[in-house]
Write a protein that binds this ligand. Structure first.
Ligand code: NDP
Length: 284
């Protein structure tokens, strides 16, 4: 039987639709959720991401504060701006677009963002809360993966999840989120022995490696759900995931495509985090 294709574009549009209507209700109560996006330098890919975030923020009726700073900005100047945004009551989420120029200490900057406005969920305080099962902000891409599983009605309880990749932004947080939903979780990385055999055990495979089609179709247990976080450019224009899609789709019960799978979810969840932050601020 052909695998169900998990349509990230459609799910992200649905999430944005829900956000838009909640924003309208909040505005009637005098609350406008606001996101500040900070870009340092002129990396073309970062500029595209920042532009998309700003556009969607405005489309959903949110307040958008845009700070585009030259590459020569000092660490002290950036920290001063973050201090201002932390104090600005119109701003409920602060996102500093990475990567930052080499002369700026990324960890210092991320830790300067108020944990109450940490829309990316990267502040150690929020990472710690995720670890103990009390998340405040959930990192956007893993949060998007969870929403996709919810949308297909998949219950993780008691299931074997294999996460390939252990980065702080995808692999580790997605593993913790699956654990909090009572899955049995294995995290694999570049030193894992017999990776194909580990993946073959999985009811759910989450691939976040950054290597084109590295997870082979015949590693997929028949009926497994495959979530492919990878985005890899092949040649001039083609994008592929970390999973050998066509072969995996023949065995999986459900699979995310690349592009059009996890990718569109990330910005939607950033906006969701900003909305949730505004709701929390209103009750403080
Ligand atoms: P990182 O490079 O930070 O981490 C990659 C992980 O894969 C590491 O833990 C590494 O292991 C592991 N790995 C590398 N080679 C192998 C191998 N041969 N076998 C098993 N594990 C291996 O990547 P990210 O987590 O930041 O991103 C992963 C992918 O997801 C990328 O393609 C990225 O573009 C994409 N991405 C997509 C997003 C979206 O919005 N859809 C958002 C974020 C990322 P080790 O730790 O041992 O080095």
């Amino acid at each position: 039987m052909a695998a169900q294709i998990i349509d990230g574009k459609a799910i992200a549009a649905k999430v944005r639709g829900r956000i838009g209507s909640t924003v309208s209700t909040l505005k009637e109560q005098g609350i406008t959720p606001g996101l500040a996006v900070v870009l340092v330098g002129d990396d073309p890919a970062s500029r595209v991401y920042v532009g998309m975030k700003k556009k969607m923020c405005i489309e959903l009726g949110m307040y958008s504060a845009d700070h585009e700073l030259p590459a020569s900005t000092t660490e002290a100047e950036l920290l001063a701006l973050i201090g201002q945004l932390n104090a600005d009551t119109r701003v409920h989420g602060i996102l500093v677009q990475l990567p930052l120029p080499d002369h700026i200490d990324t960890d210092k900057v991320l830790e300067a963002i108020s944990p109450d406005k940490d829309a990316d969920g990267f502040h150690p305080y929020n990472v710690g809360r995720l670890m103990i099962g009390k998340p405040t902000f959930q990192p956007c891409t893993p949060y998007g993966v969870m929403v996709m599983l919810d949308e297909i009605g998949y219950d993780l309880k008691g299931k074997e999840v294999v996460v390939v990749g252990r980065s702080n932004i995808v692999g580790k947080p997605v593993a913790l989120m699956c654990l909090s939903r009572h899955a049995t979780v294995t995290i694999c990385h570049s030193r894992t022995k017999d990776l194909p055999d580990v993946v073959r055990r999985a009811d759910v495979v989450i691939a976040a490696v950054g290597k084109a089609e590295m997870v082979k179709g015949d590693w997929i247990k028949p009926g497994a759900v495959v979530i492919d976080v990878g985005i890899n450019r092949v040649g001039e224009k083609k994008l592929v995931g970390d999973v050998e899609y066509a072969a995996a789709a023949e065995r999986a019960s459900a699979i995310t495509p690349v592009p059009g799978g996890v990718g569109p979810m990330t910005i939607a969840m950033l906006l969701q985090n900003t909305l949730e932050s505004a709701q929390r601020a209103a009750t403080r």
